[in-house]
Write a protein that binds this ligand. Structure first.
Ligand code: NAD
Length: 294
C-alpha cells in the first residue's frame, strides 16, 4: 500500500512521520522545500507536483490550510486528479468548508477516485504523538478501508456521515474551542483585575465544571504571556468564516461565534494573526488594561 502526503506544515509533517514509523511507503510534496527535506530525512520519497504524488500512490492524503488550497492541489494544474489512478482514495484531512469537500468529491468521482473528508482536532502535540481526534465524512466502506491508516495518526476516528460531515463536525469543534478560549480570557482577566492570582484561580477551578481541555492547554499560555503557535489566530478566523458561511446557508444563527470572530479580527488588524489563538487574552488586555500574565 503506497501512500502520498501533500502538505507538510505544523500538522502534516508529524502526521506523515507517524505513517513512516508505522512502516508505510510514503511519497510527499509541499511547496515549501524545507519541510519536504525534513520528511525525506525521516525516510520518505519526494516529487515536485501533487500529480506525481498521486501517480505513485494508492492513497493520497492532503493536509492544507483551506478550501482554495485543497481545490488547487486536487483539481488544479499538476494536481492530484491529473495523476491519480482510478480506484485510488483521496483522504483530505485539512479543515475546509463542507461545501468544498462536496465539490472536490464530485470532481474525484468523475475520474473514478474515491474521496473522504477527515479533519482532525488536537493540535501539534497530538499530531506528534499520533493521538489526534479524527472526524470522518464520505462513503462508509471507503472509510473502513482506510481506518487503520487514520489510526496511525489518531487515537480515535469517528464516522460522522456523508461527504462534508467530517468538516461540519470540525466547524462545531472550532466554535466550541473559540468560545471556550474567549470565556477563559474573560474570566481570568476578571480575576486578575479583582486582585486574585490567576494561578490560584486556575488550580481552584480546573477540576470543577468550568474545567476543560481548552482551559488546561490555553490558560497556562495566557499566564506565561506565551502566544507561540500552536494554532494561529488566522487559521481560526478561516474556520469561523467557514462556520458562519455554513451556518447562514442552513439557517443556524451563531451570535456568540460572531462576537469572538470580531475579537480575532481586531487582533489580526493589530498584526497578531500569527499568534496562537490563546492571544484572545491580548484583546482583553487592551479593553481592560490588565494583562493576565504580568
Ligand atoms: P500550515 O500552514 O503549517 O501547513 C500547511 C502546509 O501546506 C504548508 O507547509 C504549505 O507550504 C503547504 N501548502 C499550501 N498550499 C500547498 C499546495 N498547493 N501544494 C502543496 N503544499 C501546499 O498549517 P497546519 O497548521 O499544518 O494546518 C493544516 C490544516 O490542519 C489546516 O486546515 C488547519 O486548520 C488544520 N488544523 C491545524 C491544527 C493546528 O493546531 N495547527 C489543528 C487541527 C487542524
Amino acid at each position: 500500500m503506497k501512500i502520498g502526503f501533500i502538505g507538510l506544515g505544523i500538522m502534516g509533517k508529524p502526521m506523515s512521520i507517524n505513517l513512516l514509523k508505522a512502516g508505510y511507503e510514503l511519497t510527499v510534496y509541499d511547496i515549501n522545500k524545507t519541510s519536504v527535506d525534513e520528511v525525506v530525512a525521516a525516510g520518505a520519497a519526494s516529487t515536485n507536483t501533487s500529480a506525481k504524488v498521486a501517480e505513485q500512490s494508492d492513497i493520497i492524503i492532503t493536509m492544507l490550510p483551506n478550501s482554495p488550497h485543497v481545490k488547487n492541489a486536487v483539481m488544479g494544474e499538476s494536481g492530484v486528479l491529473e495523476g491519480a489512478k482510478s480506484g485510488s482514495i483521496l483522504i483530505d484531512m485539512s479543515s475546509i468548508a463542507p461545501i468544498a469537500s462536496q465539490e472536490i468529491e464530485k470532481a474525484c468521482a468523475e475520474k473514478g477516485v474515491h474521496m473522504i473528508d477527515a479533519p482532525v482536532s488536537g493540535g501539534e502535540p497530538k499530531a506528534v504523538d499520533g493521538t489526534l481526534s479524527i472526524m470522518v465524512g464520505g462513503n462508509k466502506e471507503i472509510y473502513e478501508q482506510v481506518r487503520d491508516i487514520l489510526l496511525c495518526m489518531g487515537a480515535s476516528a469517528v464516522y460522522c456521515g456523508t461527504i462534508g460531515a467530517g468538516n461540519t463536525t470540525k466547524l462545531a469543534n472550532q466554535v466550541v474551542v473559540a468560545l471556550n478560549i474567549a470565556a477563559c480570557a474573560e474570566a481570568f482577566t476578571l480575576a486578575k483585575k479583582a486582585g486574585v492570582d490567576p494561578e490560584s484561580v486556575f488550580n481552584a477551578i480546573k477540576g470543577g465544571l468550568a474545567g476543560s481541555t481548552v482551559m488546561n492547554a490555553k490558560v497556562p499560555m495566557m499566564m506565561e504571556n506565551n502566544f507561540k503557535p500552536g494554532f494561529k489566530i488566522d487559521l481560526h478566523i478561516k474556520d469561523l468564516n467557514n462556520a458562519l458561511d455554513t451556518a447562514h446557508e442552513v439557517g443556524a444563527p451563531l451570535p456568540l461565534t460572531s462576537q469572538v470572530m470580531e475579537m480575532f479580527q481586531t487582533l489580526h488588524a493589530d498584526h497578531c494573526g500569527g499568534d496562537d489563538h490563546s492571544a484572545l487574552a491580548k484583546y482583553y488586555a487592551k479593553i481592560s488594561g490588565t494583562v493576565i500574565g504580568d
